[in-house]
Ligand binder design. Structure first.
Ligand code: ADP
Ligand code: MG
Length: 592
């Protein structure tokens, strides 16, 4: 064959192979374009696993009539002018290749109307050749329909995986973008059935509940950046959720990482997450994590790969450390099953045999099946190795009884202001905390689980005589609740262990308060006495009115309250929260 210059159509088809590998790659490029156009709602429709039709509609700013055909030209973009622009790129696209590549290997139609124009336009390109351009009436936004993908490149078509695999790739892709853009409403319809939708509420937690299901989400903890010990390095923000050591998967595919709003594949950062769970998860078990990493655009190079699936960091070690620090801190600090390194933890209570057995442990190494309507299969839980993880305070295992609430702030060092889907919620910090502590103790008693408690050095404490007599009478009941008290002669006791809710307080004060409150003269019934003691302990241990709480403390409290059986009242029957609905507010402001 003689040497000749390839036709434009053939070069376009060859180049298309770099960007368009499978139907999901088309979905990715079209969704990214919609996001770059500032869409607040994106609908993805798929027929015949994407080989028949991929249609992505958005309500973004649209393309002007004069530029619509140009968008299909190779290297046509509105997002980049000079090579320097690449250093601070904030859009997902910039190469100006996607539409041209897609249109080279399919029959593609763009229908669009720019927000500043009164009429829209439809442009049709088949196998890279412009077929027609016509004015149309259309709402502001863009719909791109891609039909008969790879119709002119049969070799590509042959290399596609099974229909269900291709559909699964599309599912995963759309759910990932929904996580990265919680304020955008996503809808995915495959073969005429809605597979997934997100509310666009702006809250990542809401999207994760849709994706993982409430059960798995209940075992996830919120991750925040932790300050770097090195002040000289540029800041790296990390936000997201990661699983408690009670929830794991058999592979790393549930560790999803985003850098500046881009889903990325990065082995090293995935490893940073896995490593943060060191000694907390048995080998062969991997955490779930969804992490949004944000750093200055000039600190990353996104132009490494045509599909932009990889990024290069200017300071990879700094990013690695930031991710690991944030995840490790979350898992150690908030996780119910991990000891607080600053406290002594009584290991005697944490024997594996005392833990509830979780069914499905043998399924640990099972691969996950195909994603059913936008959800992964039910969570596979396991019992962590008890030698590595002594039981600590609080395990959020209950179903949600309140909507997910977002903490806004604190008023009067007394109330927490939060926002939920149905308006404003004002929460009494003392009442709410008492409810959380009380429920936790009750739950453990009913499940015959050992109470959460901490060991003390047993320094003798002396009580006034009447209080000492009272405590003597309560010794047995107190031991059921986690106290270990040894009479030390006279009015003196050695407190060797104390229940978690009151562990921050001086043991002498706690005993004195209990002696005052829980007089055995008042309650005779054994069960009633225990109830009463739990009630006293929760009130003693709860945040006081006047105590300033930081955002994390408030958020942690609210997350626990969301899972209490009776989140609306404190153990002594006071309201824990006041709900002011959007309608109430509108009425108060005379809006209706
Ligand atoms: P890139 O996204 O890299 O710029 P594309 O080939 O994906 O390249 O798109 C070319 C151009 O077409 C974009 O720069 C943008 O101006 C326009 N465009 C594509 N899709 C949309 C859309 N959904 N809404 C508005 N403009 C779009
Ligand atoms: Mg693009």
């Amino acid at each position: 064959m003689s040497i000749h210059v390839l036709s434009d159509v053939v070069t376009a088809q060859i180049a298309a192979g770099e960007v368009v590998e499978r139907p999901a790659s088309v979905v990715k490029e079209l969704v990214e374009n919609a996001l770059d156009a500032g869409a607040s709602a994106i609908t993805v429709e798929i027929e015949d696993s994407g080989k028949g039709l991929i249609r992505v509609g958005d309500d973004g700013h649209g393309i002007s009539v004069s530029e619509a055909a140009l968008a299909f030209e190779r290297h046509s973009t509105s997002k980049l002018f000079t090579i320097e622009d690449l250093d601070h790129i904030t859009t997902l696209g910039f190469r100006g290749e996607a539409l041209a590549s897609i249109a080279a290997v399919s029959r593609a139609t763009v229908t669009t109307r720019h927000r500043d124009e009164t009429a829209g336009i439809t442009v049709r390109v088949e196998g890279g050749e412009l077929r027609y351009e016509r004015p149309v009436g259309a709402p502001v936004g863009t719909i791109v329909a891609v039909e008969n993908l790879f119709f002119n490149t049969p070799a590509r078509l042959k290399f596609l995986k099974s229909d269900s695999t291709e559909r699964k790739h599309i599912n995963t892709l759309v759910t990932h973008y929904a996580m990265a853009y919680p304020d955008v409403r996503f809808r995915l319809i495959q073969e005429g059935r809605e597979q997934f939708h997100s509310s666009g509420s702006g809250d990542l937690a809401d999207v994760l509940v849709e994706v993982f299901g409430l059960d798995a989400f209940d075992n996830m903890l919120e991750v925040y950046s932790q300050p770097s010990p090195r002040p000289d390095v540029p800041p790296v923000e990390v936000y997201g959720f990661c699983s408690t050591p009670d929830l794991s998967r058999a592979n790393r595919s549930h560790i999803v990482l985003f850098v500046n709003g881009r889903v990325i594949a990065n082995q090293s950062l995935t490893y940073a997450v896995v490593q943060a769970y060191q000694t907390l998860l048995p080998t062969g078990c991997f955490p779930l994590a969804v992490l949004m990493i944000t750093l200055a655009p000039e600190d990353i190079d996104v132009n490494v790969h045509p599909t932009k699936a990889e990024v290069r960091f200017r300071l990879p070690d700094v990013v690695f450390a930031a991710v690991q620090r944030a995840v490790r801190h979350t898992v150690i600090d908030q996780s119910p099953a991990v000891p607080d390194p600053y406290r002594e933890v009584n290991d005697g209570w944490s024997g594996r045999s005392t833990r509830p057995t979780v069914p499905g442990e043998d399924q640990l190494h099972m691969e996950l099946g195909e994603i059913d309507p936008g959800r992964y299969s039910s969570p596979i839980t396991h019992i962590p190795d008890s030698t590595a993880i002594p039981a600590g305070p609080e395990r959020p295992l209950r179903p949600r009884t309140l909507p997910i609430l977002r903490v806004i702030g604190q008023v009067g060092a007394m109330y927490i202001v939060t926002e939920g889907p149905a308006g404003l919620y004002l929460i009494d910090q003392h009442a709410a905390h008492a409810r959380v502590l009380y429920d936790q103790m009750r739950r453990q008693r009913t499940a015959h689980q050992p109470p959460d408690r901490y060991e003390l050095d047993g320094t003798p404490v002396e009580l006034p005589p009447h209080a000492a007599r009272q405590i003597e009478a309560l010794l047995e009941a107190l031991s059921l609740l986690g106290f270990e008290i040894e009479p030390f002669g006279g009015n003196t006791f050695r407190v060797r262990a104390i229940p978690a809710p009151v562990s921050e307080q001086a043991p002498g004060d706690v005993l004195y308060a209990l002696a005052q409150e829980a007089s055995t003269d008042r309650v005779t019934d054994e069960l009633e006495l225990e109830e009463h003691l739990m009630f006293c302990l929760s009130a003693l241990g709860a945040y006081k009115a006047g105590e300033i709480l930081d955002h994390d403390q408030m958020q942690a409290l609210i997350r626990k309250l969301e899972r209490c059986e009776n989140p609306h009242t404190s153990p002594d029957g006071h309201p824990t929260l006041i709900h002011i609905s959007g309608e109430d507010l509108a009425r108060q402001f005379g809006r209706r």
